[in-house]
Design a protein around this ligand. Sequence first.
Ligand SMILES: [Zn+2]
Length: 290
Amino acid sequence: MIQLGNFLLMDRDEFREWLSKQVVTRPIQFLQVHHTASPNYSTRKMVNGIAQQDTFKCLEGMRNYHLSEGWAATGQNITTFENGQIAISLDRPLNKIPAGIRGFNNKCICIEHVGNFDSGGDKITDEQKKTIIHLYACLAERFNLPINIDHIVYHSWFTRTGIRLSDYTPGESSKTCPGTNFWGDGNTVAAAQKNFLPQIQKELDQLKSKNKTTVSEDDQPMTKEEKADFQALQEQVKQLTSKLSLDKIPDWAMEACVAAKNAEVVDTTSGGSYDFYRLITVLYRKGFFK
Ligand SMILES: [Zn+2]
């Protein structure tokens, strides 16, 4: 996880734990799906599947563009990349309403997927696909949202003013976003329901079943071997503790112990540790029990 400038960049497997620690007080009901169109795999300067452009440079570039449009901060809360990394906009934390779909941002988290996924554009990488599926599953888990078109929404299902359409409708939809070839299926409701949403559901089911496994492992009573180990450990602790207490009062401490008892500083002076007798003797010699 690296924080630089206005962004926090993390790997896919860091996201769920990070998310679990975030305090979000505004209601979350919708998870938006966008592609950036630009930047895209070309502006990322991909060579053998690896972007040559610095990821933070790409992020700050988007932010600067949004600011130049008069926006208060980076539009999206979260961004995904072709290498599977996830960026959090520090100037647009989850608690802040995003600028993703004009007229429909309240109760939304806006996620931008870097790439141009219109027909003839970029072919989405497997790493980015894995990240996107995991990301929506984690968000659905965290905010307790069902995986369906009521809660995971494509930008293309909205008009220019944020009115929800029944489907992507050329001429009425404000944009083709997340792309007419998003996920290889397109930007329609049917396309979302074909592969995209079922894959998120599957990932969510797996996350939940992993939770269950962890819980039941913790809950299991000790096996016979574990019990024996535990008892042996307890016995060792007992022995170590008893070793600390001396069998008899050392001769050099006897006078001090008598004085301490006579002075009613302690009830008993037997069974003490070496350090106990040392301390009593030091105090005695300093004249405390006279
Ligand atoms: Zn969009």
